[in-house]
Structure formats: C-alpha cells, structure tokens
Design a protein around this ligand. Structure first.
Ligand code: FMN
Length: 199
C-alpha cells in the first residue's frame, strides 16, 4: 500500500521554524512516502530573517539539514505542477505558517499561485486542509477570512504553541506544535507530549 502523500507550504508569516520542523518530522516519518513542498516568494524573506537561510538554492537541504529523501519542491509560480490538479493523489495539505495574505487568497478562491491553487484543489476534493495562520492581533478581515475558509472545509490551526510541556527552546516548542498538527492529520508522532492529569 502506498504511503501518505501530502503537500506542505511555507508562506511569509513569522514562524519559519514551525515549517522547518514540519518538513523534518515528515522526512523522518516512515508512514509518509512523498511530500510536495512549496515556499512562497515572501517566505524566503522571512526565512532569511528568522532562520538565516538565504536563496532558493538547496532550500530543502538547508531546512531539513540533509538531502531530502522524499520531499520535492515546486516553484510557487508553477501553476502546472502535479499538486495543482485534483486528479493527483494526495492525502491533504498543511500550510505552516500561513500568512494573512495566503489565507485571503484561499478564503476567496483566487487560486493565483501554486499554494493557493493546491489549497483550492484540496478543498474541492474534500481533503484535509490545515491552515496554521499567524498574525497578531487579527483585524476583522482576517477573522472573516478564517471563517470563510473554515466554512469551506479548512481547519484553522493557529500557530499557538503550548507551554504545559515546558519546552526548553523555540525548536522544541515548534516541534511539539508540529506533532499536534500531525496528530490532527492522523499521524500521531512517538515524541509528542501527552498531557496526563492526576487521575
Ligand atoms: C519578518 C516578517 C514577518 C512577517 N510576519 C507576518 C505574520 O506573522 N503574519 C502575516 O500574515 N504576515 C507577515 N508578514 C508579511 C507577509 O510576508 C506579507 O504579507 C506577504 O505578502 C505574504 O505573502 P505570501 O502569503 O505569499 O507568503 C511578515 C513579513 C516579514 C518580512
């Protein structure tokens, strides 16, 4: 049986570390056979700022820390990529972090980039679409667009990490957040912190 195939996008919201940890977790997850990755043009600016990674050359290797074994990158301008079609098999899509700009495109069906088109296709095919939105505070346009996207079937999964697991640094915080996203997607990870109440 073929493994899980999914699409991951990183957009130009703050929180590139979350996207990096997602790609790393998926590379290590043996249940996952293929990851289609798209980085928006504006995400590169944020990655340079937050991760000190510059340029598109070897971007995946720089993010993952090794040559990718199952992840392939598509240019955001390539509207003819496989993931732009509903006929392409996919188990869903995660956008982490998701900017308010990309949220607006998706919520209003613009399909004006590969990321927005792949998300549009994910919704129309009734596959899981997880939008890890990041902005603070939200204006009413952001709130309206989140509602629109949720009504169309997307899961709004804001980049709000937990603190009860006492993360020692931002990487650990991001990793545990990613594990929550993957558990929601149906891929529980062995390293995930699970709250145990005093029963
Ligand atoms: C350092 C930096 C941090 C940013 N953080 C956010 C953010 O948290 N949320 C957001 O919606 N936009 C943020 N932006 C603005 C987006 O990058 C900008 O709106 C961009 O047009 C989004 O394009 P994209 O969705 O195609 O990546 C940030 C920009 C920079 C340079």
């Amino acid at each position: 049986m073929p493994g899980v195939q999914l699409t991951v996008a990183i957009t130009g919201a703050s929180g590139a570390v979350f996207g990096r940890e997602l790609l790393r977790a998926l590379e290590q997850d043996e249940r996952v056979s293929r990851v289609h990755f798209v980085a928006s043009e504006n995400s590169l600016r944020v990655m340079a700022e937050e991760l000190e990674i510059s340029g598109r050359t070897d971007l995946l290797a720089k993010l993952i820390g090794a040559a990718p074994a199952k992840t392939i990158q598509h240019p955001d301008a390539n509207i003819g990529a496989s993931i732009a079609s509903g006929s392409h098999p996919s188990h869903g899509m995660i956008i982490l972090p998701c900017s308010m700009g990309t949220l607006a495109s998706i919520a209003n069906g613009l399909a004006n980039s590969l990321i927005a088109r792949a998300a549009d296709v994910t919704l129309k095919e009734r596959r899981p679409l997880i939008l890890c939105v990041r902005e603070t505070p939200f204006n009413r346009i952001h709130l309206r667009n989140m509602n629109l996207a949720a009504e169309a079937g997307a899961v709004i999964f804001p980049c709000i990490p937990a603190f009860y697991n006492k993360p020692i640094d931002s990487t650990e915080m991001a990793r545990q957040f990613v594990y929550r996203v993957l558990a929601h997607f149906g891929l529980p990870e062995p390293g995930a912190y699970v709250w145990k109440a005093n029963e």
